[in-house]
Design a protein around this ligand. Structure first.
Ligand code: SAH
Ligand code: SF4
Ligand code: F3S
Length: 475
């Protein structure tokens, strides 16, 4: 039988998907129902996209999505490890599932993603969480069917973590969370090694997908009804490095913007150190590219930025923002900021506030510095007192919120296109959607509008979101 198993991908995985499908089908006949799965996702958009791929494989082999993890026959935790204490939360949930597994001995529990790239976490599972059946990392999510096959045929705990990525496997199934929008990977991994960040260690070296693979995928998604694409990479600007064809991110962006039927195009994350003028030009000339940039600042202090290994300084960042605003005056800027990096003085913190006040972000993710073991910053002297960090964090948040509220207020009364994302969870008869700048708008409307782009009048700004009403012709 060994001889029949293809070595080439994706053929090999297609083979295992078909094998597992036979097993699942037989089980379904036996039990009278198909087994169910739940993928639980932590972390960033990369993980969200990976989870769609995992769900795609599971649906492809016969599993049906369950409502909750407790009543699923297969639960897969796709983990994040960017903050030091992330594992507490995970193991709490994995521990709780032990009871569900006692009731349903056929239940399969898997853990994958960034945390599984850390050897000590894998050891902990092997030793203390024997009820976990599948363990794999970020580099081999495409092998889910093969890993599951091994477990189903041996009933053993299968641990399959690769230290680095061998290749990019294309053309495997995926199941989108939203019918009308999708993330699309353009690069995997990261080469930047910001001193606080674990991502390069758990996601490996940067690799770019071939442009034709990306464009084919997007054309397929658009044909399937997708209106908005978000290009994903830890530093999208460095797209193209290592490919045979010489191609920059700006060129890729321009080519994608030409795809017929695509209505909105976004990307995340551009590293400020190499956001080129060409990218700004392409954004300026293509209407489909959302006038929104998420431009992580991390700190406004040149001294701290140096210690963070971010490569740009305060002036460089501000200069970039000025160039962007000059080219695209109504651009919306958002950011990520870390408070309390080792050695951060009050002066350094004031530099951060300074940048926030000059750039005037529409929103910002503010993070308390986490001493992430395994990163160079965790070994730095001068870790900051949590009380001081808390005080700075509160001041930063207040400044960010005040500015965001002033910015959103300015658009009150304006009519803007909104991609309708779904029913409002709290208000009956209301829908929620996203503006081009990614801010949320709630408004009355019928469910049939979900997935459509409609014109909405922004009646009232509420800080980071709006209440509005649909322009009459579309209600
Ligand atoms: N590639 C992206 C960010 C990916 S991680 C970039 O370069 O901007 C997402 C965010 O998590 C980062 O922007 C950073 O603000 C935050 N982050 C990463 N490591 C952190 C740490 N040790 N403590 C606090 N926040 C951290
Ligand atoms: Fe982490 Fe820096 Fe890479 Fe972003 S660019 S993923 S912050 S190392
Ligand atoms: Fe993302 Fe967390 Fe991994 S931020 S890349 S899921 S460590």
């Amino acid at each position: 039988m060994e001889n029949l198993i293809p070595n080439e991908e994706p053929l090999r995985q297609e083979y295992f998907m078909s094998e597992v499908n036979d097993i699942i089908h037989a089980k379904a006949i036996d039990r009278g129902v198909y087994p169910t799965y739940k993928v639980v996702t932590f972390g960033c958009q990369m993980n969200a996209r990976d989870s769609e791929k995992l769900s795609g494989i599971l649906s492809g082999i016969g599993y049906i999505e369950a409502e909750t993890e407790e009543d699923a026959d297969l639960v897969l935790f796709n983990t994040c490890t960017v903050r030091e204490n992330a594992n507490d939360r995970l193991y709490g949930r994995v521990g709780q599932l032990k009871k569900s597994k006692e009731k349903n001995p056929d239940m399969i529990i898997g853990i994958c993603g960034c945390m599984m790239q850390e050897a000590e976490e894998v050891e902990k599972i092997k030793k203390s969480y024997r009820h976990v059946d599948l363990v794999f990392g970020t580099h081999n999510i495409y092998k889910l069917a093969e890993i599951l096959f091994e477990h189903l045929t041996t009933k053993k705990q299968v641990v399959n973590v690769m230290e680095s990525a061998e290749m990019i496997v294309e053309k495997l199934p995926n199941k989108r969370e939203f019918a009308f929008k999708s993330g699309v990977n353009i690069t995997f991994g990261c080469n930047n090694f910001c001193s606080y960040c674990i991502v390069p260690y758990v996601r490996g070296r940067e690799r770019s997908r071939k442009p034709e693979e990306i464009i084919d995928e997007i054309k397929g998604l658009v044909a399937d009804g997708v209106k908005e694409i978000m290009l994903l990479g830890q530093n999208v600007n460095s797209y193209g490095r290592g490919l045979d064809e010489e191609i920059s991110f700006a060129t890729l962006l321009d080519r994608i913007a030409q795809i017929d039927g695509l209505e909105r195009l976004r990307f995340m994350t551009p590293h400020p150190k190499d956001l080129s003028d060409e990218v700004i030009d392409v954004m300026k000339k293509n209407k489909k590219i959302c006038k929104h940039l998420h431009l992580p600042l991390q700190s406004g202090s040149s001294e701290i930025l140096k210690k963070m290994n971010r490569v740009y300084n305060k002036e460089g960042y501000l200069d970039l923002v000025r160039r962007i605003k000059a080219a695209i005056p109504d651009i919306s800027l958002t950011t990520d900021i870390i408070v309390g990096f080792p050695g951060e003085t009050e002066r350094d913190f004031l530099d951060t506030l300074d940048v926030v006040k000059e750039v005037r972000y529409d929103s910002a993710f503010t993070f308390i510095y986490s001493k992430r073991s395994g990163t160079p910053a965790a070994k730095m002297d001068d870790q900051i007192d949590p009380k001081v960090i808390k005080d700075r964090f509160d001041r930063l948040l207040k400044t960010v919120q005040d500015i965001a509220a002033e910015n959103t207020k300015k658009n009150e009364g304006k009519c803007m296109p909104v991609l309708v994302e779904g029913k409002n969870d709290h208000l009956d008869g209301y829908l929620s959607g996203k503006l081009e700048n990614n801010l949320t708008v709630h408004f009355k409307g019928q469910e049939r509008l979900i997935g459509e782009i409609v014109d909405v009048i922004l009646d009232e700004a509420k800080g980071f979101y709006y209440m509005g009403h649909i322009k009459t012709s579309e209600a």
